[in-house]
Design a protein around this ligand. Structure first.
Ligand code: ADP
Ligand code: ZN
Ligand code: ZN
Length: 738
């Protein structure tokens, strides 16, 4: 039922029918033509509703119609939304992302049209507040009802949909509470534009280095043309303070600012700090927002009413009317790579967006991605360096604990030296953090009788024991089941044993060693939502806890003045598997973790427990020799012609029928583009050969730097017939090799 038909007819007389092409947020390669009804005068970028078969779809006017379809068969545009059109630069961005990532343009548009409801002017909302009266005694109180009442106890009235979303229940629960008289409905007029950040408020007095850095950024913003700037400074050197000056300059020029953070939901401290600096919070954009907040924010951005958006990678696709600056904080963070749907790297797309818009982009990091560092070294990016921690705070000392020599007792994980350091830290009344990037109690459960290992039926993965929740979980597909009493293989009872530690197990060891210490776990599955994270961070900062045991949730830019000791339980963890960036990522993560220590007045100490103290990553961390590590890493990549000195692109072939997947992957292997310079490796089973019930094979294309890999891949895919039951994903510049 395509509106655009293959058969072409001679163009009708000019002026008879006006037509426009409309891109739809569907898996389509091109826009479709529609007839413009009399009295409507759409311009490119206008949001319109059009028929498609029996449905009506919201799309964006992309340009003039192509005339390929007979005028008589054209369907009319149904309506045009009264909103500023999607800016030209955003439309070019959608096309650019589609072409670069080899995603259908319609699917990229879908990311840019993620909140169709925002196209309608806001209507009064039906919201609920808590009834003033005490609940009658005979009302049934379920956990879901309780959560909703709790939410409303310390929050504003909200719609049934938002309440249901936040309380993770159905809207019927909200309605039930209203019927029982516990909630009162109320009609709320649409929110007025929120308070605007004040760019004239003075920031702190900057140090000489910071001042020079801020001047450079201000000049880049005022020049209002493309520039990519690496803001390279150790943790605590004032990078945030410096880019705030760039933000102030952009606001003074009357333009919008986009700040990307790797995990915005975990960034409460950043938001508070911004609000203190500018007198009002920024608009947030991430997946934890309620439906109402998403609609209000999207619309306000489109109307140019939002000066600053801080968001996750999807914020790149907001319809900024006049964007003047993009900041990518912690630019090296792998959370910027989106791995499903359209596969893209938000840092790279931010640079492209800045280039298309003719505005500066700031990439901030204490441990830049090797890609970024090489770009700065070669002069493609400007570089601003902040060499020292603010206020004379010194970087922590990093010490390696060789686990082959300084061994923890059997089935315990903290080495004697780390235990002594913990004891001393607690005696001084200071705080310690133990880092282990593994949720749950134990990563593997095996039967001591028959050796059977408990694995996920849907994935190539072990089931992880979560003792607090009394569950076995798959961290890939979310499968969750009770821990069995007997071995599912041999039926023996009491034979299942936990192998290896997760944070819960470390917490158990800590409780045993330091029964009087106030300890807590900080991991994404022990803290529900941004509020819980914020509360935990508040407790740590207020020194209500002595020892925190955490995953990488805790590694992100938090500032804990009393934290003086960091112990990394398994520094080697990220090196296993050994993909292209294993060493780089491990270095970056451990450096960031180490950077949590000694941010206040007291110096910090970091212990890395490792079986490989001679590994270049460990040596560089211990010596504080970041640039030495980068130089070595760059040399190895250069020798292997690997990124950033060569290019990679991956095809991931997946499907439920293993033999069909295999046959398709083999066919792709035979049809692969090969030349003197281009090589294709595979097909090979992916390390995650089974994921959510789908079998997976990978092919990897390797080409010299500067090769346009997209046309090669496009030609390649055309040579092979892909069955409908098989999916082929293209990952240009892959970061994950799973
Ligand atoms: P980074 O982003 O490089 O980790 P921050 O900007 O977070 O560094 O600065 C680290 C700490 O030092 C923060 O608490 C910040 O408020 C403080 N700080 C940095 N520069 C200054 C300054 N010029 N005056 C006062 N405090 C500063
Ligand atoms: Zn699974
Ligand atoms: Zn068994």
């Amino acid at each position: 039922m395509n509106a655009r038909l293959a058969s072409s007819t001679p163009a009708e007389p000019a002026g008879a029918v006006r037509r426009v092409s409309v891109l739809l947020p569907l898996p389509l390669r091109e826009p479709y033509d529609y007839r413009v009804p009399p009295g409507m005068d759409p311009v490119p970028g206008d949001y319109v509703e059009v028929p498609l078969g029996p449905r009506r779809i919201i799309g964006v006017v992309w340009g003039d119609g192509t005339g390929a379809v007979d005028a008589a068969r054209l369907k009319p545009v149904v309506r045009r939304f009264d909103l500023p059109p999607m800016p030209e630069v955003e439309r070019r961005f959608v096309e650019w992302v589609a072409a670069y990532t080899m995603t259908l343009p319609g699917m990229v548009l879908k990311m840019a049209l993620s909140v169709p409801a925002a196209l309608e002017p806001p209507r009064p909302l039906l919201v609920y507040r808590r009834a003033a009266a005490e609940p009658p005694a005979d009302v049934r109180m379920t956990p879901a009802r309780r959560r909703i009442l709790d939410l409303l106890a310390d929050g504003p009235p909200r719609t049934a949909g938002d309440l249901a979303q936040e309380a993770a229940c159905g809207v019927s629960v909200v309605r039930g509470l209203a019927e029982a008289g516990l909630l009162e409905p109320e009609l709320q007029t649409p929110a007025r534009a929120p308070a605007r950040p004040d760019c004239h408020r003075p920031g702190p007095a900057l140090s000489a280095d910071q001042g020079a850095a801020a001047d450079t950024l201000r000049a880049a913003v005022e020049a209002h043309r493309y520039a990519a700037v690496l803001l390279d400074g150790v943790t605590g050197s004032g990078k945030t303070e410096v880019y705030y000056e760039g933000i102030a300059a952009c606001l003074k020029a009357g333009r919008q600012v986009l700040v990307l953070l790797p995990e915005i939901a975990l960034s409460a401290q950043w938001l508070d700090r911004f609000a203190r600096r500018f007198g009002a919070p920024p608009a947030e954009w991430h997946s934890d927002l309620t439906g109402t907040a998403r609609r209000d924010t999207w619309r306000a951005v489109a109307l140019g009413e939002v000066p600053v958006v801080v968001g996750a990678r999807s914020a790149l696709f907001l319809p900024f009317r006049d964007l003047g600056l993009i900041v990518v904080d912690e630019e090296h963070d792998s959370a910027y790579k989106q791995e499903d749907g359209a596969i893209y790297h938000a840092r790279d797309m931010a640079v492209a967006r800045a280039h298309l818009g003719g505005v500066p982009v700031v990439l901030a990091s204490a441990t830049p991605a090797l890609e970024t560092k090489v770009n700065a070294d070669s002069g493609r990016y400007a570089r601003i360096v902040l060499p020292a921690r603010h206020g004379g705070a010194v970087l922590p000392d990093v010490k390696l604990i060789d686990l082959r020599v300084d061994r923890p007792p059997p089935r315990q994980w903290l080495a004697p030296e780390l235990r002594r350091a913990l004891t001393d830290t607690l005696a001084e009344g200071e705080q310690a953090m133990l880092f282990l990037n593994r949720r749950g109690y134990a990563p593997l459960t095996l039967c001591r009788t028959c050796g059977h290992r408990l694995r996920c039926p849907n994935c190539t993965a072990w089931l992880v024991e979560h003792r607090l929740a009394r569950k076995l979980q798959c961290h890939h597909c979310g499968l969750s089941q009770p821990l069995p009493d007997t071995c599912p293989e041999c039926g023996d009872s009491g034979s299942l044993a936990a192998c290896g530690p997760g944070v819960e197990r470390i917490a158990e060891e800590v409780a045993h060693l330091f029964p009087d210490a106030r300890a807590a776990i900080m991991a994404s599955d022990t803290l529900f939502g941004p509020r819980a994270v914020q509360e935990m961070i508040g407790r740590i900062a207020a020194h209500e806890l002595d020892i925190v045991i955490g995953t990488q949730v805790m590694a992100k830019g938090h500032h804990f003045p009393m934290l003086t000791l960091v112990g990394v339980v398994d520094a080697d963890l990220g090196l296993a598997g050994g993909d292209l960036r294993a060493a780089e990522r491990t270095y970056q993560l451990l450096h960031q973790v180490a950077g949590r220590a000694g941010r206040g007045e007291r110096p910090g100490m970091v212990y890395l427990q490792t079986y490989m103290p001679e590994h270049p990553v460990m040596q560089a961390l211990a010596a504080g020799d970041r640039d030495g590590f980068y130089a070595l890493e760059a040399e190895m990549r250069l020798e292997a012609a690997m990124p950033p000195f060569g290019r990679l692109a991956a095809l991931i072939v997946s499907g439920e029928d293993e033999s069909l997947v295999d046959r398709t992957a083999m066919a792709l292997g035979r049809a692969a583009p090969r030349s003197d310079t281009v090589a294709v490796l595979g097909p090979a089973p992916a390390p995650l050969a089974l994921l959510r019930g789908r079998h997976r094979r990978r092919l990897l294309l390797k080409a010299p730097r500067g090769t346009a890999v997209q046309p090669l891949i496009a030609g390649w895919l055309e040579r092979v017939e892909i069955p409908n039951a098989v999916r082929v994903q293209v990952d240009v510049d892959p970061y994950s090799f799973l």
